[in-house]
Design a protein around this ligand. Structure first.
Ligand SMILES: *Cc1c(COP(=O)(O)O)cnc(C)c1O
Length: 219
């Protein structure tokens, strides 16, 4: 679907929810996409992208940054502690802060580097064993812990279970953010970003609706 169509749908969802135009940031999720498709979206003027692997981000984005100004790169996938430095060097935001050890590592590196990407704390709203994220019951304590470390926590992120009504998860994330005084809500993907906007999303992460289906990586 053309980027302009997605932008129109976002604008309509903002208006429908009585929210100001431009209050939602579209993160174009470019993981596993061929470079020429990403370049086409850059050529259209879009600058905000999401990747879910540090390695993959490192292979694509330094090159694009040399050729395009103003790129805003968001890491939306799980982050291993030993890749934190590389992620912080490459990315402008990290949406997957989900455990104390990672938070402490980022805080130490931020001290050393003198800067830190914007951070979102991932909440496992569906309490799924295989999924990353802080359990809802532990969220308030973890937000407080990150604040004690002086981390720039901008908001919360969730990936709802695939077989459940996403609106329940979006509403839960919004509630946890509100009671912690956090503005940012990273929620909503290709199939449900309008629902997420209705429930307060500030960042939607849209991949396949923009780029088309992801061809699975070889191997
Ligand atoms: C891949 C991915 C998306 C985008 O998914 P689509 O359904 O293709 O829009 C969003 N968020 C995360 C965390 C992802 O890994």
């Amino acid at each position: 679907m053309p980027l302009t169509d997605i932008a129109e749908r976002i604008a309509a969802a903002e208006a429908g929810a009585g929210r100001p135009a431009g209050s939602v940031t579209l993160i174009a999720v470019s993981k596993v996409q061929p470079l020429e498709r990403i370049e086409a979206v850059l050529d259209e003027g879009h600058r905000v992208f999401g990747e879910n692997r540090v390695q993959e981000a490192a292979s694509k984005w330094p090159g694009f940054r040399e050729r395009f100004d103003g790129i805003d790169l968001h890491l939306i996938g799980p982050l291993q502690t030993n890749k934190a430095r590389q992620a912080m060097e490459l990315c402008d935001a990290i949406h997957s802060v989900d455990r104390p050890k990672l938070a402490r590592t980022i805080a130490r590196l931020a001290q050393e580097m003198g800067e830190c990407p914007d951070l979102f704390i991932q909440i496992n709203t569906g309490e799924e064993a295989q999924k990353a994220g802080v359990m809802p019951a532990d969220a308030d304590a973890f937000v407080a812990e990150c604040r004690d470390l002086d981390l720039p926590v901008r908001g919360l992120m969730c990936i709802p279970p695939i077989d459940e009504e996403p609106s329940l998860h979006f509403a839960l994330l919004a509630k946890i953010a509100k009671r912690n005084g956090l503005e940012g809500l990273s929620m909503g993907m290709s199939a449900d970003f309008e629902t997420a906007i209705a429930l307060g999303a500030t960042h939607v992460r849209v991949g396949s609706a923009i780029f088309g289906a992801r061809t699975p990586p070889a191997g």
